[in-house]
Design a protein. Structure first.
Length: 166
């Protein structure tokens, strides 16, 4: 398996998109399937957001100062997704707001991943060497092992609280 940071993040995106498709194709009454897919989506997003926030974004911000505005916008897009995820976590598929809220999450995150893939990753790849990208990737792989898996875990919660009260 490649330890290139961009390859790693793109693989995460692919898995997240697959879960989004599965969720969107569930029938209106398929509540059990929706609940289990929502759990998987929340877990995948919590881990992915964590490694980008903790490692990828601060590294790129430091190494490629020209990309700072993109990084700052990405933090805000992550923050919006975090808030939706926090609201969705205790909700049940029988709640009338569950599916529309999930749809808004899917639309927001898809837009964010499209931007990363089409615009941001190419700029990062052009600015950083292969060695730097594998070092960052290596750290993110390591971090995945202990990353929070639900937004209610303290390490995930802290950043949402910080962002709201800061
Ligand atoms: Fe991101
Ligand atoms: Fe991403």
């Amino acid at each position: 398996m490649s330890n290139d940071a961009i390859v790693l993040l793109k693989n995460d995106h692919k898995e997240i998109r697959r879960l989004f498709r599965d969720f969107s194709s569930t029938g209106a009454e398929a509540h059990a399937a929706q609940a289990s897919l929502a759990t998987k989506i929340i877990e995948a997003l919590t881990v992915h957001t964590y490694i980008e926030n903790e490692t990828m974004y601060p590294e790129v911000r430091q190494l490629l100062p020209d990309l700072e505005d993109d990084v700052l916008e990405s933090y805000e897009e992550h923050h919006v997704a975090d808030l939706l995820v926090m609201e969705l976590t205790p909700m049940s598929p029988s709640d009338e707001r569950f599916r529309p809220k999930m749809t808004v999450l899917i639309e927001n995150v898809t837009h964010h991943m499209d931007e990363e893939e089409q615009d941001w990753f190419p700029k990062v790849r052009a600015g950083l060497g292969r060695k730097q990208l594998s070092e960052i990737g290596e750290r993110m792989l390591e971090q995945k092992k202990t990353a929070p898996r639900s937004p209610t875990q303290p390490s995930a919660l802290k950043k949402v609280v910080d962002a709201v009260i800061a």
